[in-house]
Write a protein that binds this ligand. Structure first.
Ligand SMILES: Cc1cc2nc3c(=O)[nH]c(=O)nc-3n(C[C@H](O)[C@H](O)[C@H](O)COP(=O)(O)O)c2cc1C
Length: 199
């Protein structure tokens, strides 16, 4: 058992980021971390969610996963975020949760924690990097310690070679073995550095 308490916080409309988050959870637990899988609360009106079969199915599939709360953020000493790219930035559902964290931020309770992020988009160059950098910009305000994958393992190039974080292009289906390997590496690296920070 390590000294790492990891919150894997995701938002997913169609399942991609949910699968990415699940892969990260498995890797973090295998690395000895204590892990909480949490979803960002849905903010879209019920009628909109229920108006799309795929959206409704994903909501039903993940109904049992707890919604993330500020208490989870205080508990954790490491964060892994995963959310879809929307118009080149993170899905607003995750941003809406982040925007509730002002009180924790002002008390310094988000500082000194290791963080990394992942995303997906429909297009190969649809804004994955701006999404990740946008999330990391916020985390710099927290005083978080960003742990990007860089090119620290050959599996990352096989998964598309995004040094900012694992990104998935084809959405809606199962994750490829290459993407899973990249997520596992990114997660293990996060757990490793979170452990060093925790001492
Ligand atoms: C409102 C909206 C905006 C989107 N904007 C982008 C975009 O800027 N670039 C892109 O490649 N895909 C875009 N997409 C596709 C999403 O990134 C894709 O649905 C998402 O990655 C799927 O993740 P999920 O299965 O976890 O919901 C957009 C989708 C929606 C609904």
């Amino acid at each position: 058992m390590s000294n790492v308490r990891l919150a894997v916080v995701y938002y997913s409309t169609y399942g991609t980021n949910h699968r990415m988050a699940q892969t990260a959870v498995e890797a973090a637990e295998a690395a000895g971390a204590e892990v909480r899988l949490r979803k960002a609360p849905e903010t879209a009106p019920e009628g909109v969610v229920n108006g799309q079969d795929a959206w409704r199915a994903q909501a039903e599939l993940t109904a049992d996963i707890p919604e993330v709360t500020p208490a989870d953020m205080e508990w954790a000493n490491a964060y892994l975020f995963s959310a879809p790219t929307r118009y080149g930035v993170s899905a607003s559902q995750l941003r809406a949760f982040i925007d509730t964290l002002g009180p924790l931020w002002s008390q310094g309770k988000l500082a000194d924690k290791a963080v990394t992020a992942m995303t997906s988009a429909n297009n190969a160059h649809g804004g994955q990097e701006t999404t990740l950098i946008g999330l990391y910009t916020t985390m710099m305000h927290w005083g978080a310690i960003i742990v990007p994958p860089g090119y620290t393992d050959p599996v990352l190039k096989a998964a598309g070679g995004n040094p900012y974080g694992t990104t998935v292009t084809a959405t809606g289906g199962e994750l490829s073995d290459e993407i899973k390997a990249a997520i596992r590496h990114q997660t293990r690296r996060l757990v490793e550095f979170a452990g060093k920070i925790a001492g």
